[in-house]
Design a protein around this ligand. Structure first.
Ligand code: FAD
Ligand code: SF4
Length: 470
């Protein structure tokens, strides 16, 4: 018999969905987590204490109604749960897979204090995957169509979040993307072992049936001019991401065998999805000693992709300690299980080699006193220089904004670092200095998370609806 909620979390501990064993994962690109069985999803969801003031909900960037849908799952009511999920989130099955829950919803769960947080992310994924398998589709039969149409530039999470809200309010979204598939970094950055690509192709069909139109392999500024789009549409949303790679600024970064993280990951996706135009584009780590520089999500994805490409060894050098890594703890743990060797407190000072890369020279660092933001900056330990031998180096230091040259012509202002100015708190949320153009996601906030991009896209759509007086 089912226990009262007050005791369920003591009787039933946190159980994550099962993982594929690490030995198999090393040779396989598929997702590593199995789906919950329905009884497990229900008993895990039932652990929720239904706190009066749910911290998880506040910490979740889209403010999902978490305790409410957990209750519905514990009662077996998937169809109502999936409707509720979609009231706040355009891609719940994606967030359930890739959000760093330990820093967001689950980190704020009351049970995280000793008992193990409720498995919120896995339940969110379970709800949407199960509902889709049962044939669920968003019901737009009550939508009153207007005569308005809005152009969305970028089919990443920000653009998709925006299109979702627009179409649900009777506004026709036409989404332009230079890539041959929707998803932005969900498809062309985040690897399959975190997010299988069928998740996005399934979502594309759903969006198309809802009335979203995609114009893929169409680069704005090249294949079509933004001014023409502005003239044709009632408003424009830009969710174009950040694609300028950060450099280390040390010698040897241009040696053959040194690669930026994203081209490496994209070349892997292109080969696996059949989008490769030229076999020479593929960056192959088979048999190589790979050194990955960086400690965020992108670095983890490079580590684990290299392992799957059968690298001889993969070493990840990061300048802070493990506790100060910016990426999700879950993914660091997964990388370790798969055989990635971590060198913490190592700062690269040069990439060395005659004609091509032969190694990375690093110094050891220790953390100094906290600065005004509480962040402890690394300081060099004298005499600690060493060389890590390498046949290939992947640089994963993050991304800077990439403002297009046509922004200024169209009076779209950016800040000093190149981020588009589009304040959330203004008359029309996320409106840029050009009243007809709105923007959100990484190009506004700097490279961040999938779920924050979704939030900004959705909020910008609300701003557009207000602007169009709908
Ligand atoms: P993007 O996802 O970058 O989408 C922008 C889209 O705009 C792209 O499809 C691009 O082709 C298109 N575009 C740009 N310019 C044009 C143009 N001129 N014409 C037409 N189309 C254009 N976040 C997480 O929450 N969890 C993770 O595990 C995670 N892992 C990551 C791993 C990697 C390797 C990387 C790089 C990022 C990761 N992130 C993760 C961050 C997350 O992917 C981004 O914050 C998020 O995708 C940003 O969404 P966006 O819609 O703003 O931009
Ligand atoms: Fe947690 Fe992300 Fe889902 Fe919000 S969207 S509940 S942060 S997994």
């Amino acid at each position: 018999e089912r226990l009262n909620n007050d005791f369920q979390f003591v009787q039933v501990g946190r159980v994550d969905p099962k993982k594929v064993p690490a030995s198999k994962r090393r040779k396989n690109f598929g997702e590593i987590y199995y789906q919950f069985e329905s009884a497990d999803a229900s008993s895990q969801a039932h652990r929720c204490l239904e706190c009066g003031n749910p911290y998880c909900e506040w910490k979740c960037p889209v403010h999902n109604y978490i305790p409410n849908w957990l209750k519905l799952v514990s009662e077996g009511n998937i169809m109502r749960a999936v409707e509720l999920c979609h009231q706040t989130n355009s891609l719940p099955e994606v967030c359930g897979r890739v959000c760093p829950q330990d820093r967001l919803c689950e980190g704020a769960c009351t049970l995280n204090d000793g008992y193990g947080a409720v498995t919120i992310g896995s339940v969110e994924k379970y709800i949407t995957d199960t509902a889709f398998a049962l044939g669920w589709k968003p019901d737009l039969s009550d939508v009153k169509w207007t005569d308005k149409k809005v152009a969305v530039i970028g089919a990443g999470p920000a653009g998709l979040g925006c299109a979702d809200i627009l179409v649900r309010n009777g506004v026709k979204p036409v989404v332009f993307d230079r890539y041959p598939e929707i998803g932005g970094l969900l498809t062309f950055g985040i690897p399959e072992f975190k997010l299988e690509k069928t998740v996005m192709t399934r979502r594309r069909k759903v969006f198309e049936e809802m009335g979203v139109e995609f114009r893929l392999e169409t680069e704005v500024g090249k294949d079509v001019q933004l001014q023409d789009i502005i003239d044709e549409y009632d408003a424009v949303f830009m969710g174009m991401g950040t694609y300028t790679y950060m450099k280390g600024g040390f010698p040897g970064e241009d040696l053959p065998g040194v690669y930026d993280a994203l081209p490496f990951l994209v070349s892997n996706v292109n080969r696996r999805l059949g989008f490769e135009k030229d076999a020479g584009e593929f960056i192959d780590m088979k048999g190589k000693r790979v050194v990955v520089l960086g400690g965020g999500d992108t670095a983890m994805d490079c580590n684990r992709t290299s392992i799957r490409q059968q690298a001889a060894s993969v070493t990840c050098a990061y300048r802070r300690d493990e506790a100060n890594m910016p990426g999700s703890r879950r993914e660091v743990a997964n990388a370790k299980e798969e055989g990635v060797k971590f060198l913490f407190n190592r700062q690269p000072i040069a990439i060395i080699g005659e004609d091509r890369v032969e190694g990375v020279k690093v110094v050891q660092t220790q953390l100094g006193e906290p600065d005004e933001n509480g962040r402890r900056r690394p300081e060099v330990v004298p005499g600690s220089e060493e060389v890590i031998p390498a046949d290939a180096v992947l640089v994963a230091f993050g991304f800077r904004p990439s403002p297009a040259d046509w922004f200024s012509e169209l009076k779209v202002d950016t800040d000093d670092s190149g981020r588009v100015n589009a304040p959330e708190e203004s008359e029309f949320a996320f409106q840029t200095s050009n009243p007809k153009i709105f923007a959100g996601g990484d190009m506004v906030r700097g490279s961040d998370l999938v779920v924050t991009a979704i939030w900004e896209g959705r909020q910008a759509a609300e701003g557009i609806l207000d602007y169009l007086d709908l």
